[in-house]
Design a protein around this ligand. Structure first.
Ligand SMILES: Nc1ncnc2c1ncn2[C@@H]1O[C@H](COP(=O)(O)OP(=O)(O)OP(=O)(O)O)[C@@H](O)[C@H]1O
Ligand SMILES: [Mg+2]
Length: 325
């Protein structure tokens, strides 16, 4: 009789690896969220004293808000809602300078050089005593659900809603408690390995989340991580990322544009005209597909390995040299 052979590397090994090396520790995430909470409280006090300040509020966005942060997290992402009478500053540099001055006013206890415009956002530095905070402006003009014009980290201004993004991810997290966020983090870890090996490699976290959300919506099981990762790589390998990805949480399929001609089309769940992958060209699409194919091969080879050492080597091709060490 055939008995199922035990795999050298299985789900439990990936759980242990994620806990030890990949995930931001719960208490660190809590401390960082509290740090942002203090910034927000101070800003709120300042706004209460200065009703015409031009900034309405601060929201935590990004991976700390979504519960998908890696241990290697460099900064917290927040969005501040800019609401000024008349036109907001026209150019990006004017907007960031304006925001920098506003934040320096709101945080007089910080040194001015702790608050500076950087590439496409304003950075608040804590000089090693906490996580740096990247502040992205959202030009807000009274639409519901905090829809406004976000200056994204790629420098593109997109009409979108941070709270609706959080809600969108929350729906998938609730469908796969614990597992959706964990698979996101493992995929982000894989992306990090690819970036460490190749400066030109690109695959934005938000886009990877959209691919995984699409897999969730089409019935993928996330509860066993080797299989879930395989499903992710398999989707990319099969589709070559030429299939449009979109969602109907906040708009109808009929709101989507005709084929845009972009190398990849992954639409923002909140805005049917915002292709999150608009600035990814054929070269990037192919490099993502090639990397996914290699990961698929490695996982398959790991499964048929006859020694643990060989299986670990295969998984290192996916999850990097710290796997199994
Ligand atoms: N092109 C875009 N269009 C719309 N919203 C975007 C876009 N890029 C980023 N965002 C918003 O910014 C948030 C942060 O995006 P990002 O890709 O930095 O993900 P992250 O979860 O913070 O990952 P990381 O841990 O890599 O920083 C997203 O959750 C989304 O709300
Ligand atoms: Mg981020």
């Amino acid at each position: 009789m055939l008995t199922e052979q035990k795999l050298f590397i299985d789900h439990t090994d990936l759980v242990e690896f994620a806990d030890a090396k990949v995930n931001l520790k719960r208490e660190d995430a809590k401390a960082f969220r509290e740090q942002v909470g203090r910034l927000r409280d101070k800003l709120e006090l300042h706004i209460a004293d200065h009703p015409d300040f031009g900034i309405k509020k601060m929201l935590l966005s990004g991976s700390l808000a979504k519960g998908t942060a890696l241990k290697t997290l460099n900064d917290a992402d927040v969005a501040v809602y800019v609401e000024v009478a008349g036109k907001p500053p026209a150019s990006e540099s004017e907007l960031l300078n304006w925001l920098t001055n506003k934040l320096r006013d709101a945080y007089p206890q910080m040194k001015p050089d702790q608050i500076k415009p950087v590439t496409h956002c304003v950075k608040i530095s804590f000089n090693g005593t906490g996580l740096d905070v990247d502040v992205a402006p959202v030009h807000y003009y009274g639409k519901p659900n905090d829809v406004g014009y976000l200056l994204s980290k790629s420098g593109k201004t997109v009409e979108t809603s941070i709270p609706l993004h959080l809600k969108f991810i929350r729906v998938r997290k609730d469908r796969h408690p614990q597992h959706f966020a964990q698979v996101v983090r493992l995929v982000k870890w894989w992306i990090k390995q690819r970036k460490d090996a190749d400066d030109a490699f690109r695959f934005k976290s938000f886009m990877a989340e959209m691919v995984l959300a699409h897999l969730s919506d089409t019935g993928t099981d996330f509860s066993r991580y080797p299989e879930a990762l395989e499903a992710f790589f398999n989707y990319i390998d099969r589709s070559q990322l030429r299939e449009r990805i979109s969602f109907t949480d906040y708009y109808q399929a009929s709101d989507l544009p005709a084929k845009t001609g972009a190398a990849m089309e992954i639409f923002d769940p909140v805005n049917a005209t915002n292709n999150v992958a608009a600035d990814y060209d054929e070269t990037i699409r192919k490099s993502i597909c090639a990397a996914a194919e290699d990961a698929l091969d490695a996982i398959a080879e790991a499964r048929f390995s006859t020694t643990k050492g060989r299986a670990v080597e295969c998984w290192r091709r996916v999850l990097g040299p710290s796997f199994g060490s």
